[in-house]
Design a protein around this ligand. Structure first.
Ligand code: SAH
Length: 223
């Protein structure tokens, strides 16, 4: 993209991203596609990387973290099969982009991020853009946010080595949890559904997320 690209050019890039990288790659849920056509992904990446915001890759957002690639955001969101009235938990706010996508498709979103400065920055951006059904918490989300649960759906965007049982506990009966599990390059995306208190597990695709880590990283520490 050239310098001085106007705002409207991003909407063209965004439509192309959805057509080629999301729909073209097999995510066909219309509500997900519409949400991703709407959310200004370039505002969730560092200013110097805006020209790459609609490329099909993850991008650095500081603190050694990344905004997920568009396809994975679309796929995870579609796997949740949201109908519009769910209370959703996202673990790993990062840039806030996926929280914004989820906010279009659910009644309310609680998103938790362990790197406090990222949580603060995302909360501010989501607020400025008017996503008023999203609440961001700065905390270790590996144990969920029990005080705001139970949840109809949970999306985990950092990779644990095994299913964090407390997240499954905070899922309502009939609810859906989507998360990567694994280590390093060996990660698989899974969907868990809670039926009669038991987990019904489906394997989705190989994926690559940052690891889920313990503890809160405060604003005055180096992440
Ligand atoms: N959904 C994000 C993707 C961010 S990458 C987006 O749309 O941009 C994953 C994020 O998970 C990172 O910001 C990382 O700091 C965070 N994370 C890792 N372990 C965590 C934990 N235990 N609790 C909360 N957040 C965690």
């Amino acid at each position: 993209m050239k310098r001085g690209t106007s705002r409207s050019d991003f909407s063209v890039a965004r439509r192309r991203m959805v057509a080629d990288q999301i729909k073209g790659a097999g995510v066909t849920d219309d509500t997900v596609l519409a949400a991703m056509r709407d959310v200004p992904r370039h505002l969730f990446v560092p200013t110097g990387l805006r020209h790459r915001a609609y490329h099909g890759c993850a991008l650095p957002i500081g603190y050694e973290q990344t905004i997920s690639q568009p396809f994975i955001v679309g796929l995870m969101t579609a796997l949740l099969e949201l109908q519009g009235d769910e209370h959703v938990l996202e673990v790993g706010t990062g840039s806030g982009y996926q929280a914004a996508v989820l906010s279009h498709l659910a009644r309310s979103v609680v998103s938790v991020e362990r790197v406090e400065p990222l949580a603060l920055r995302s909360a501010r951006m989501l607020d400025e853009l008017g996503y008023d059904n999203v609440e961001v918490y700065a905390a270790d989300g590996g144990t969920g946010v029990p005080e705001r649960g139970p949840y109809d759906a949970v999306a985990v965007t950092a990779c644990p080595r095994r299913l964090p049982s407390l997240l499954f506990h905070q899922l309502r009966e009939g609810g859906t949890l989507v998360l990567p599990i694994g280590e390093g390059e060996e990660q698989i995306l899974y969907r868990y559904r809670k039926r009669g208190g038991e987990a019904i597990v489906e394997r989705s695709v190989p994926c690559r997320f940052v690891p889920m880590l313990d503890g809160l990283v405060g604003s005055t520490e180096n992440a």
